[in-house]
Design a protein around this ligand. Structure first.
Ligand code: T1G
Length: 691
């Protein structure tokens, strides 16, 4: 602890984000005690060392506590001691003050923040609520309605908004420490104001509750957080904290907390690619060329322009280019309408996208992404041409979703520079990028692909080349099971309702209509060897819908018909077609429960996931989980398909799969990794064993 001009400076140093791990609150208490005991000290400044103030309690400790392997951290003693400090304590915030970090700041008597810092209580994103007085102190500082919204959504606010809301007392433009000391000297003679002594006025939170019920469907923590904040208006501070602690503990041991913490660490774990050393330096990517200005090419171009990377985009005709640029402009205009972008920002981004015929300038770019029609012959021809144009250290990426990346790479003289960058539609929105590692892909090229995904604020997950990579490979059995269920008596709407009640962002029939039923039809035809195994049941209705010209949303009808606002409506024509097709195939009709619908679809996903893992297509189960959380709308509060399997119990799932195999045949043959069930293990254990 240093002292400057009568102000004690206490620096919290626990890299990388100054989490309040065991020992940190205790160290803080000791320092505050020392400062209060020092007659030369008139005020105290607490500041974070490194890149941020405090990003919360230590989530590693929370995760252990969730499994009963440790006690949940109790920060109350340290925070109450700080609040009771006879000398004023000024919290100096930079980077982030999140969760326990903001609770610490609110236990201080004053808060000053560097411009650009972020303040929030994101606990509900981990399936818990603030557990160190946040639901009691925040409403006393910013008002009950604002506090309830911040606690329920978990979204941080910037320093300027925090100033306006009364959460911070000053925004510091220049050097934070200098500004904090100056502020401390201004207030050092005042009686330290304690947040707990303020009142939290009642507020009507009904509208917020309704909004949260829609935006955070199925999740417990956000509504519990609102209730805890509301308690601050009825109970005194300590009683409110006791109530908060009780519900915090309950949620802290819940499955949703376990799943969301798995998702938190999972997103960080997938960035560490097994076998790729931290010292493998990516190639710098400051300019990009994109071939193909269709839906995917356009979305990919926007992703780069959105983060300030200039893009050249080419296509086979001026008409195709104009159409592509038109869609890009329309997408930006839609963001402006939604208030998420300014017209100036749109123009800046459009200025970074240069449409052109031909490949002039492609010889200078650092990365070329191909997003042309899904034909192997066409892509091989294109990569052979790119091989003649691109500079030696240019990374060549294909956005194929099903084709053989190695075959594409072999059409060049530099297969080691080829990698798959599989974006998901809409590419400017979806966070997932499957980074497809080919047999020849060089380590630096892989590192570059991962760095590009991070630069685009997306989540790159490395997968091995092979049909359907990871995401789509698992999606096929999931989708087919859904189609078999409607042939056996259920309906698209019933199946989709069961899956969205399970937590999927969208039902599979809705997804098929959005993507285009013909896309799957073409894939099945191109890979008949995979989809038409002799003696194996094949779904029958989708192809008939295509034959009727019902391709989905793009033709106004598919599994559903769509009204003018694109709302999916059950269509008696489809129900009739399904019944007729089933009758022709002699498929017995029966009532099918929601439970069976979910089990057949989700267990098909998990079983295929286990095969993908066994084959090494994905290095870890967590890679599969993050693919499904960031690319396929699997609910984060279930942690992903493989994590969910662990919560349900692999033995229970294995038993059900064996039952399905007996009833529905070899497509339900349990994956070899079913052995984990017998060993009472989870896929997380599998990952840990191989780490
Ligand atoms: N605990 C432990 N480790 C953490 C951590 C935390 N709170 N926050 C980050 N890390 C690790 C992370 O795993 C990664 O490790 C490294 O730090 C860099 O993080 C009582 C109970 C702060 C915005 O939810 O949102 O307080 O992979 O890659 O992109 O009420 O990290 O390098 O080994 O994410 O610059 C509430 C969580 C906790 C904030 C920085 N706090 N963190 O983002 O870096 S609950 C949070 C973040 C709580 C109290 C309750 C972000 C960040 P590794 P990073 P970044």
């Amino acid at each position: 602890m240093a002292t400057r001009e009568g102000v004690a400076i206490i620096t919290i140093n626990n890299p990388p984000v100054n989490a309040l791990s065991h020992g940190v609150p205790e160290g803080l208490e000791t320092a505050i005690h020392a400062a209060n005991a020092d007659p030369g000290v008139h005020a105290i400044v607490v500041i974070g060392g490194g890149r941020t103030f405090v990003a919360g309690a230590d989530i590693n400790e929370l995760e252990k506590a969730a499994y009963g392997q440790a006690e949940l951290p109790d920060l109350h003693p340290a925070l109450n001691m700080i609040e009771a400090s006879p000398k004023p304590v000024v919290m100096a915030i930079h980077g982030t003050a999140l969760g326990g970090g903001l609770e610490l700041a609110m236990a201080g008597h004053y808060r000053v923040a560097a411009a650009g810092s972020q303040l929030g209580l994101p606990e509900t994103k981990l399936g818990i609520i603030p557990g160190a007085g946040g639901t009691q102190r925040l409403p006393r500082l910013v008002g009950t309605a604002k506090a309830a919204e911040m606690c329920a959504t978990g979204d941080p606010i910037p320093a300027r908004d925090a100033l306006a809301a009364g959460l911070v007392d000053r925004v510091i433009e220049g050097d934070l420490l200098t500004g904090a000391i100056a502020f401390a000297r201004e207030i050092q003679d005042r009686t330290p104001p304690r947040t707990r002594d303020r009142a939290a006025a009642p507020a009507n939170l009904d509208a917020l509750r309704e909004q949260i019920k829609k935006s955070r469907k199925h999740q417990h923590a956000p509504l519990v957080a609102i209730e805890a904040v509301e308690a601050a208006t009825a109970l005194d501070f300590d009683a409110g904290c006791r109530h908060e602690k009780e519900v915090f503990k309950k949620l802290g041991h819940g499955d949703q907390a376990k799943a969301l913490m798995h998702a938190f660490f999972g997103e960080r774990a997938v960035a560490k690619v097994p076998g790729l050393g931290k010292d493998v330096a990516p190639y710098p990517v400051t300019s990009v060329g994109i071939v193909g200005a269709g839906t995917m090419g356009g979305g990919i171009a926007m992703s780069f322009a959105n983060v300030g990377i200039p893009v050249r985009i080419t296509d086979s005709s001026q008409e195709a280019l104009d159409r592509g640029m038109g869609v890009i402009r329309k997408n930006y205009e839609a963001s402006i309408k939604r208030g998420r972008l300014t017209p100036e920002a749109m123009e800046q981004r459009l200025a970074l996208i240069t449409p052109q015929l031909g490949m002039a300038g492609f010889e200078q770019v650092d990365l070329i992404v191909e997003a042309v029609f899904e034909s192997l012959a066409l892509k091989k021809e294109l990569f052979a041409a790119l091989d003649q144009v691109a500079k030696p250290d240019c990374v060549l990426a294909t956005n194929t979703s099903t084709l053989d990346v190695d075959a594409i790479a072999r059409s060049t003289s530099r297969p080691q520079m080829v990698v798959g960058l599989h974006f998901f539609s809409p590419a400017n929105v979806m966070r997932l990028v499957e980074v497809v590692r080919g047999e020849a892909t060089d380590g630096r090229v892989l590192a570059t692909a991962m760095a590009v995904a991070k630069a685009l604020k997306k989540v790159g997950v490395v997968v091995r080349n092979g049909f359907g990579f990871v995401g789509n490979r698992m999606m096929f059995p999931y989708m087919f099971e859904a189609q078999f269920l409607v042939e056996e008596g259920s309906t698209p709407a019933e199946v989709d309702a069961a899956l969205t009640d399970f937590g999927m962002a969208m039902g599979i029939f809705g997804v098929d209509d959005m993507a285009g039923i013909d896309v799957m039809w073409r894939v099945k035809r191109e890979f008949a060897d995979i989809f038409e195994k002799p003696g194996e049941r094949r779904p029958l209705v989708a192809d008939r819908l295509c034959a009727m010209g019902r391709m989905g949303q793009k033709t106004g009808a598919g599994w559903y018909r769509y009204d003018e606002s694109r709302k999916p409506l059950p269509d008696p024509i489809v129900l009739e077609l399904i019944r007729k097709t089933a009758a022709e195939a002699g498929i017995e009709q029966r009532e099918i429960s929601k439970e069976e619908i979910v089990e057949r679809c989700v267990y098909a996903l998990i079983n295929e996931g286990a095969r993908v893992l066994e084959e090494g297509r994905a290095a870890r189960a967590v890679d599969i989980d993050i693919v499904y959380l960031t690319g396929y709308g699997f609910p984060a509060w279930r942690g992903g398909p493989m994590f969910h399997a662990g919560l349900v119990g692999l033995d229970k799932i294995h038993a059900r799969i064996c039952e399905f195999e007996r009833r529905h045949g070899p497509r339900w043959k349990p994956a070899p990794l079913a052995r984990l069930a017998a060993e009472k293990k989870t896929f997380a254990d599998y990952d840990a064993e191989r780490a």
